[in-house]
Design a protein around this ligand. Structure first.
Ligand code: FAD
Length: 487
């Protein structure tokens, strides 16, 4: 029977309440389907007492957006189920432990200045490890520091005369900081927009600082070295960078979604459960079908929190509003390669981000992860993370690996080539949605009666945007529910 088999596919959520590393191993080991009784795995508060395959709200996708939506529903005491296709929460924010190394699935930085994240996360428990505030730019055969003057004044003064930009450029950075800090996020998201490149030119930045600093630095953040991304996103990120630190959690970037998941009731998250379709029933409520054929109904609505291309597939024919406003531009992609070595072989001890300002080569940015967070490697071992922009589909992993080591050896000296061991490559096709103008970063999450969407593609394509969009989707549902109850 559909109901019985749906419930039997639940993966108990209690695994999220264990210690991080142990938890990851448990999740990987856990079978795709756990044979369990309805009453044991699904508390009555989550599904209807009379119909166990009916719940209040169904949230599809346990990335940051789906988790934030669920947290908001939970705070309003609305029963819900969060269905996730893969074997863990986090979506794009995942970490693997390989040979004792902490490998984030692609280079990800958590900016503590993100406003929504500040409200939702316990920063202290994340044990955030800070990067140097600025970057080391490889240009002309050596490194030049671009420092944040508010945090590293002496470095910033010294860097005034380096070839990365002119003295005027460095004062324009200060002015840009004041401009973004005096605007609210709403003002930033609704401001007149152009591309980031055009904005930088209009502000008056020189070609040198654009090519040597902004292209690799913001190109690394947007996965877009052409800097086509909306100026609204540039302003938002610039503001968050001014307000906070660049960090990674000591236990890996997945500590962020794991902390959010731990706020939800046991068994409200159902892993290994890809949704195949979402359809309106005769009674105007939505019916969610899983790929394994199981069916689940929602009383108050469905929140679709999957990546944009997946949402387009799931909602095809269900919402004209959604189809009309979805642009589906080519997404932004990245490749991340990891290498290890003895800690004694690391050429620098800086917890810095190294960026390629030379205009040559394939490496965009890299950092010695264990210089920022020693816990990213086993004792005595160092971890190097290297990022490329784009997917490099025509090049094999082996080719990329040798090109990267050769390039980095030219930055740090030939001993790099011999002493670093290759660990793993991540090719991430859908790293971020394409946010080239025109953008609408404040879309209405409601796309039908009882149907809501969220995800980074609806807002500002960051951790924070995903969190905001999840909360707003839940709030739109709660608002509709309270107006139904009032009538
Ligand atoms: C390599 C990389 C680096 C990044 N760096 C940064 C950074 O430094 N700072 C920053 O702010 N942002 C960064 N981002 C962007 C950030 O990770 C995303 O904006 C954010 O995590 C998106 O969250 P989301 O919930 O919208 O989507 P996702 O994380 O994609 O979550 C969607 C979830 O839906 C699930 N799903 C899909 N289809 C189905 C289905 N049919 N049924 C059930 N579940 C389904 C997926 O498995 C997934 O778990 C980076 C992204 C990548 C990939």
């Amino acid at each position: 029977m559909a109901t019985q088999s749906f419930i039997s596919s639940f993966t108990p959520h209690h695994t999220f309440h264990h210690h991080h590393r142990r938890r990851r191993h448990q999740l990987l080991k856990s079978p795709t389907k756990l044979r369990a009784q309805v009453s044991l795995t699904t508390p009555p508060s989550l599904t209807s007492q009379t119909n166990p395959n009916k719940t209040g709200v169904i949230v599809v996708g346990a990335g940051l957006a789906g988790l934030a939506a669920s947290i908001r529903l939970h705070s309003a005491n609305i029963p819900f189920l969060l269905l996730e296709a893969s074997d863990a929460v986090g979506g794009r924010v995942r970490t693997d432990i390989v040979d004792g190394f902490t490998l984030d699935r692609g280079f990800q930085i958590f900016v503590t200045g993100y406003p929504e994240a500040k409200k939702l996360l316990d920063y202290e428990a994340l044990d955030l490890k800070k990067f140097y505030a600025g970057a080391k730019v490889y240009y002309g055969g050596r490194f030049h520091t671009v420092a944040d003057p508010l945090r590293h004044l002496a470095d910033a003064i010294q860097s005034l005369t380096n070839p990365i930009g002119t003295v005027v450029d460095k004062s324009l950075i200060a002015l840009t900081r004041v401009r973004v800090l005096t605007q609210s996020d709403d003002q930033i998201f609704s401001a007149e927009e152009t591309t980031t490149l055009d904005l930088l030119k209009r502000i008056g930045f020189s070609d040198s600082i654009v090519d040597r600093f902004f292209r690799p630095f913001f190109g690394g953040i947007f996965f877009d070295t052409d800097l086509e991304t909306s100026s609204r996103l540039f302003d938002f990120i610039f503001k968050c960078l001014a307000l906070g630190d660049n960090t990674i959690p000591a236990n890996g970037i997945s500590a962020i979604p794991e902390q959010l998941a731990a706020k939800l009731p046991a068994n409200s998250i159902v892993l290994n459960s890809p949704v195949a379709s979402i359809e309106k029933s005769e009674s105007s409520t939505y019916v969610v079908k899983l790929k394994n054929g199981d069916v689940l109904r929602s009383e108050y609505g469905v929140i679709v929190a999957v990546e944009e291309p997946e949402a387009v597939k799931l909602l095809a024919g269900e919402s004209n509003d959604f189809s009309n406003e979805t642009k589906q531009l080519i997404p932004r992609s990245t490749v991340c390669l990891y290498f290890s070595a003895e800690r004694s072989k690391v050429p620098v001890s800086d917890p810095a981000l190294f960026i390629n300002g030379s205009g040559h080569g394939i490496v965009n940015n890299m950092f010695f992860a264990t210089n920022v967070a020693p816990s990213y490697g086993p004792p005595g071992k160092a971890l190097l993370s290297v990022s490329l922009i784009g997917l490099y589909e025509d090049e094999s992993d082996e080719d990329l690996r040798s090109k990267v080591i050769e390039e980095i050896s030219s930055w740090f000296g030939p001993e790099m080539a011999g002493s670093w061991t290759y660990l793993k490559t991540y090719r991430i096709k859908f790293a971020q949605p394409n946010k080239r103008p025109p953008t609408d970063l404040e879309k209405n999450p409601k796309v039908g009666v009882g149907l809501y969407v969220c995800g980074d593609y609806r807002t500002n394509a960051t951790f924070d945007g995903a969190l905001v969009s999840g909360r707003e989707a839940a709030e739109a549902l709660l608002k509709d529910r309270s107006s139904v109850r009032a009538t």
